[in-house]
Design a protein around this ligand. Structure first.
Ligand SMILES: [Zn+2]
Length: 338
């Protein structure tokens, strides 16, 4: 039996030495040390041996097992290192090949316009305030000096939830809330969604507004003219502006601000309907009643307010003539704003 073990050693040492593939080595390992391997078979035959021979052969078998384990491990190391080296040699990466394109989404044009407007006012030190879209009548109308019979209060112009609760028709109620919580001086804008029951080429039941409010000592019409002209220049570039008298319940005096048509530069075109001017926002000096409602002393403080539709600004920026396009989610339309 000892000779058998020795001849196995000689035979398999040579085979292991000659192996060139990891797979062959794996096979050899199974054939020598596996459950049905040569050494295991020999161990089984031990039961036929005389008692005094058993310890001697047992030890020889253990030594053989250790011997093979060792030389197999050594050979595995050599062959794996070689395989790795060959793999690295054969696999080269061409870094000049373009990668697979990843389809990127983009901001909705109204969101992009709103972000841009926020940036402009943040740069001028304005605070950005938020408020509920489901609002109390008192903040949406009463606090803004709308008379009890003002047509905007009609059910044809406002979505009511109950008698006292509605979907806000403007973001101005945020200003009322802000005035109740802050002491002047302050300057803030309140961008957000508003709701009115209209649907045609220039109206959708939901749209976006940004309204702004500045309150402090000696705030004058000249201050707001300067701020709004700076704003218009940032959005539409240098050009003339004009203020036309208008009426809003919450401001006195009130005005609408036009900019020189950015498309025809005042000559008159389809977008400006031949007038050469584009209306971009409404504004005015805050009505004393609005300040008083919010607990601000109108003898001490003055302020101005302005408001504009985000869709309108986006339409003028991009030359879009139907407001409804913003909300139809046609990807062919939206893709153009990447
Ligand atoms: Zn024009």
């Amino acid at each position: 039996m000892k000779e058998k073990i020795e001849s196995l050693k000689v035979l398999y040492r040579e085979k292991i030495g000659n192996a060139t593939l990891l797979k062959d080595l794996e096979d050899l390992k199974i054939r020598i040390l596996g459950k049905k391997g040569e050494l295991t078979e020999l161990a089984r035959e031990m039961r036929n041996l005389a008692a005094e021979e058993k310890p001697v052969i047992g030890q020889a078998l253990n030594e053989a097992r250790e011997f093979f384990t060792e030389i197999l491990e050594e050979k595995f190391r050599i062959l794996s290192a070689k395989a790795k080296e060959e793999k690295l040699k054969s696999e080269t990466i061409d870094v000049t090949i373009p990668g697979d394109p990843v389809e990127m989404g983009s901001l909705h044009p109204v969101t992009a316009t709103m972000d841009m407007i926020k940036e402009i006012f943040l740069d001028m030190g304005f605070d950005i305030a938020d408020g509920p879209e489901v609002e109390y009548v008192k903040y949406n109308f009463d606090g803004l000096n709308f008379s009890g019979s003002h047509p905007s209060r009609n059910e044809t112009d406002t979505f009511y939830i109950t008698e006292n609760v509605l979907l806000r028709t403007q973001t101005s109620p945020v200003q009322v809330r802000y005035m109740l919580e802050h002491k002047p001086p302050f300057r803030m804008i309140s961008p957000g969604r508003v709701y009115r029951p209209d649907y045609d080429i220039s109206h959708t039941p939901m749209f976006h507004q940004t309204e702004g409010l500045v309150v402090g000592d000696n705030i004058s019409f000249a201050d707001f003219k300067g701020i709004l002209m700076h704003f218009a220049e940032k959005v539409f570039g240098k050009g003339s502006v004009r203020f036309r008298p208008h009426f809003f319940p919450f401001t006195e005096p009130s005005a609408e601000m036009d900019i020189e048509c950015a498309i025809c530069h005042g000559k008159g075109c389809r977008v400006c309907k031949g007038s050469g001017w584009l209306e971009i926002l409404g504004c005015g000096m805050v009505h004393p009643n609005v300040l008083e409602y919010a607990g601000i002393d109108s003898a001490k403080y003055t302020g101005f307010a302005f408001g504009m539709g985000m869709e309108r600004i986006a339409m003028l920026q991009h030359g879009i003539d139907d407001l409804r396009a913003f909300f139809e989610n046609d990807v062919r339309f939206l893709r153009q704003f990447k």
